[in-house]
Structures are given as structure tokens and as C-alpha cells.
Design a protein around this ligand. Structure first.
Ligand code: HEC
Length: 260
């Protein structure tokens, strides 16, 4: 039958193994940073400091009971001001965000703690809190990420993550893993979950339960990444190569039954 072989890591030139190892190291750090970034962006939106499915539902589909201002103050902006001033803002929001009270109760807080960033001079891409109109933008009901943002984030995600998993999957093809179907599944899963993940961001707007698909996809992607990372590193440098592979100078037939 098939006489196509692939070469095990240990029989690749040292230079290639060094290249693979350095790429894996940087991707490993990159993956950790990506996880921290997900946490920073989403954890705590629902009031619970942990990252929950509710947080993702709010991030993508919005929060019918909340405003962008409240979501931000329970999430990434929570450290920007003392807790009692946060409560003042929440109370004001829950009472209907009355603009008559804005100048007396709320504006002084924003001026003291927020405008250094939230002004055209601070950062022109952020909501501008030097004008009442700018504040009104974040006191309207939170409808989550706009379609425009989702499309921008999805195309970046689809292209960049495909690159990462093409490279790491290619490295992992040099590992000795049996049964072969398992190796193939580990290589294929990240691409399949990339599609279900991105699709679920949109679908969460239709039915919030899709937040669980986002979580499941992310988890499976992480597991595949970890399997490929550790198997490759281990077999490249530490694994004791079986005689059946050494005898063939590292060439491994694609069909196991022919190995002996
Ligand atoms: C050190 C700079 C800085 C300060 C101070 C700051 N912010 Fe922000 N804010 C940001 C950045 C950067 C973002 C965008 C990234 C993010 O959401 O974390 C942001 C995002 C937001 C958003 C979400 C905007 C959106 O379109 O979803 C809100 C609302 C917000 N901030 C409110 C506040 C409030 C209220 C304060 C004061 C208590 C404050 N910020 C203080 C930098 C700052």
C-alpha cells in the first residue's frame, strides 16, 4: 500500500529543530498573552469577577439591563475610580440617567477620574466625556459588539489564527503519534473550532446560549494547541526514539502495520 514516509523530529537537521523550538516558545508565550487579554476584556462584566458565560453573552449580544458605562465600570474600567463613586454612578444610571443631575453628581467624577483619557486630547478613539453628547453614547442600553466590530475582529482572527495553527500543525506532523487518526484530529480541531468560535460570536446575538459554543470552541482549541506543543517539544529533545524508527533513519511509514 502506501509507501509515503515522514521524517521524525530527531532525524531533522539541528538547525530545523532549533527553528521549530523557538517558534513554539514564542507561540506559547503568545497563547498565554491571548488568554490574559480575553480575561481582561471580558471578565467581570456581569458583576462576578470570574470569566463566565454571562460575560461573553454581554460582550457579544449586549445587556438589556445595562449600559456600556455600567458594563465598563464593572469590567475593564473598574479600577479607575473609588468604589463609592462607582456606586454613585450606578445609582444614577438605575434611576434613569437623568441629565439634570448629571452636572452636580456625575460630571465631577468623570472630570476627576476619566477625562485624562476620555477626551479628544487624551485618546480620540474613546468615548469623549468632555461633552454631554459623548457621555450619552455610553448611557444608552448596551447592545454588545456592533456588527462592524465583529466583522473587523473576525477577519483578523480567521487569518491570523490560521497562520498560527498551520505552522504549529506543520511542526507537529513530524511527531510519532498513533493511531494516525488521532494525530489528524488534533491537527484538524483548531481549524474547525476557529469556525464555530467566530460563527458563535454572531449567533450569540440571536440566542445567547451560543456563548457556550464560544467557550467550548476555545477550550478545544487550547487543548489541541497544548497537545501539539508538548508532544513536539518532548519528542524533539527528550523522547527515547524506538528502535523501529531509528532503524529506518527516522522515516516513519504513514501506515503503522507496515512499520515492522
Ligand atoms: C488610563 C486611561 C483611561 C482612564 C483613566 C479611563 N478610561 Fe475608560 N477606556 C480606556 C480605554 C483604553 C478603553 C478601551 C479599551 C477597554 O474597553 O478596556 C476604555 C473604554 C471605556 C468604555 C467603553 C467604551 C465602549 O465604547 O465600549 C467606557 C464606558 C469607559 N471606558 C468609561 C470610563 C470611565 C467612566 C472612566 C472614569 C471612571 C474611565 N473610563 C477612565 C481608557 C481609560
Amino acid at each position: 500500500m502506501s509507501n509515503v514516509n515522514f521524517t521524525h523530529f530527531r532525524f531533522l537537521p539541528l538547525s530545523m529543530r532549533v527553528l521549530f523550538t523557538m517558534v513554539l516558545l514564542v507561540f506559547g508565550i503568545g497563547y498565554l498573552m491571548a488568554m490574559i487579554q480575553v480575561w481582561e476584556n471580558h471578565a467581570g462584566k456581569d458583576g462576578d469577577p470570574m470569566l463566565t458565560a454571562k460575560d461573553l453573552m454581554i460582550a457579544y449580544s449586549g445587556n438589556p439591563d445595562g449600559t456600556k458605562l455600567e458594563t465598563a465600570l464593572r469590567g475593564s474600567m473598574s479600577d479607575m475610580l473609588p468604589a463609592e463613586k462607582r456606586e454613585t454612578i450606578f445609582t444614577w444610571l438605575h434611576e434613569g440617567a437623568n441629565m439634570d443631575e448629571f452636572d452636580a453628581r456625575i460630571n465631577p467624577i468623570l472630570q476627576e477620574h476619566c477625562v485624562m483619557c476620555h477626551s479628544p486630547d487624551g485618546n480620540p478613539h474613546l468615548p469623549d466625556f468632555t461633552s454631554a453628547a459623548g457621555v450619552a453614547k455610553v448611557t444608552a442600553t448596551d447592545e454588545g459588539m456592533t456588527l462592524h466590530t465583529l466583522i473587523r475582529v473576525s477577519h483578523i482572527h480567521l487569518f491570523s489564527i490560521t497562520f498560527i495553527f498551520f505552522i504549529i500543525g506543520y511542526i507537529y506532523t513530524h511527531a510519532f503519534v498513533r493511531p494516525t487518526w488521532l494525530k489528524c484530529v488534533v491537527i484538524a480541531v483548531p481549524f474547525a473550532t476557529l469556525i464555530t468560535d467566530v460563527a458563535s460570536w454572531y449567533l450569540t446575538k440571536v440566542w445567547t446560549g451560543f456563548a457556550w459554543v464560544v467557550i467550548g470552541s476555545g477550550a478545544l482549541m487550547g487543548i489541541s494547541f497544548a497537545i501539539m506543543w508538548f508532544t513536539s517539544m518532548w519528542q524533539m529533545w527528550f523522547w527515547k526514539v524506538p528502535a523501529s524508527i531509528t532503524e529506518k533513519n527516522g522515516l516513519i511509514p504513514c501506515v503503522h502495520s507496515e512499520a515492522h
